[in-house]
Design a protein around this ligand. Sequence first.
Ligand code: GLU
Length: 447
Amino acid sequence: MKVNEIMANLEAKHPGEAEYLQAVREVLETIEEEYNKHPEFEAAKIVERIVEPDRIFTFRVTWVDDKGEIQTNLGYRVQFNAALGAYKGGLRFHKAVNVSMLKFLGFEQIFKNSLTNLPLGGAKGGADFDPTGKSDAEIMRFCQAFMYELWRNIGPDQDSPAGDVGVGGREIGYLYGMYKKLAREHSTGALTGKSYGWGGSLMRPEATGFGAIYYVDRMVKQKGDTLKGKKIALSGFGNVAWGAAQKATELGAQVVAISGPDGVCEIKGGMDKAMFDYMLVMRANNHNKVEEMAQQFPDRAVFTPGKKAWSVKCDIACPSAFQNELNEDDAKMLLANGVKYVAEISNMGCQPAAIAAIQKAGVPFGPGKAVNAGGVATSGLEICQNAGHINWTAEEVDKKLFKIMNDIYDLCAEYGKQADGSINYVKGANIAGFMRVAKAMLAQGTI
Ligand code: GLU
């Protein structure tokens, strides 16, 4: 494999798509050595094929706001690779969404879904719609208009979207309502992240955060260490951070910081149930302000505007909000403050220079596509339940999630084992994820 040649070709075809190119480069550089041991991959041009999405839908979404004004947004669905199964991946509603962002997320999703060992292809979608400050009625009208365009291109055996940044249980409800009306199809896995009682799986809201902490727990144990008493800093206060904060606390760690676009809240003594519950209120009100945590709990949460979670001294740092949210300077600050583990719960949460600095310092680093795979894995379990018209209990789902995350950890540790005995989890996740997809593509011929 000639990484630089492939990247030069890709850059020429996708100029300016920095995030997409960044994601591809990381995968290619880490799988190169293993790939070169398989001349059959080179002969079948697996890499040249896998870096291009199967297809991309771009569509106009027009809706009416509360003032009666007509608004137009752009919607997308990137169906990246279906070698392992029907397309699967979330929908992101955020003002910065563009095709490069969704291509990078769709590309990452291929390998993440592969790691789950479930039959899931990779996809991603969304819109440049900004939920901040929108009313519930506006969210509903936007979701309905979005689905009115997308519905023909999805379905339980075709493509199954789910939530992501800006798309939670409420948005999935509105999207699914419209899908059902148009497709005349019921209780199917055409969308996941549905609420329990109308096709949703118990534990799906918690799954990404819980799964991430199951993975982090293994990273910590690998060092002969324990989560008990560890101080954790999380960015964001969405669904993912909410689940991670609860599971980390249950396992004896203390969540000492959460951040938002407005700044960071340092939490004295760690978060508790009242605070976890309040995260849900903050997510639902669309104000997108972490300062509200300090206003609600003035004696325990101290808000500092403009600062990130990485400014707070911690043992474990987990970016849980957005891509590239932890840069090289942040990594240096964390390292100077004695961070022991870094695990991305957001997709590509750390910039490449930050990862390099963390790894160089010998601090174990967990990549998003492995650490956060519990969300999509539980979506896979939701599809299974829908297909079989059954509901598993929360304990049953959690047990399966726990096993899937431990299996993913074992795969990453096996493929990421270095000569000196340390584990490069980035390499492990990329090679393990890639091998399954590459073998499936090879077996299925040139399509
Ligand atoms: N958006 C989540 C992810 O990045 C969940 C995707 C899904 O459940 O399909 O994996």
